[in-house]
Design a protein. Structure first.
Length: 72
């Protein structure tokens, strides 16, 4: 399954790159792209476990950028 999410309060391109690298390491994630300029995240992951993967994505993002929100 592939979905695109809007991001709020992503402050810098470096943080976006850190989030992307961190999310890519999660089991079940096939591809991820975090765009600072567009304030968007595109993620492709296993259909069976997508919601659990997204919960982990939110945790990883909060570690890198505590103020950033993923609009689901």
């Amino acid at each position: 399954m592939k979905k695109v999410y809007r991001l709020e309060d992503l402050d810098c391109a470096n943080c976006a790159a850190k989030m992307e690298r961190s999310i890519a390491k999660i089991d079940g994630v096939k591809s991820v792209s975090v765009s600072f300029m567009a304030q968007r995240m595109s993620i492709e992951a296993d259909d069976d476990n997508f919601e659990n993967i997204m919960d982990e994505v939110v945790k990883k993002c909060k570690k890198v950028e505590p103020d950033c929100k993923i609009i689901r």
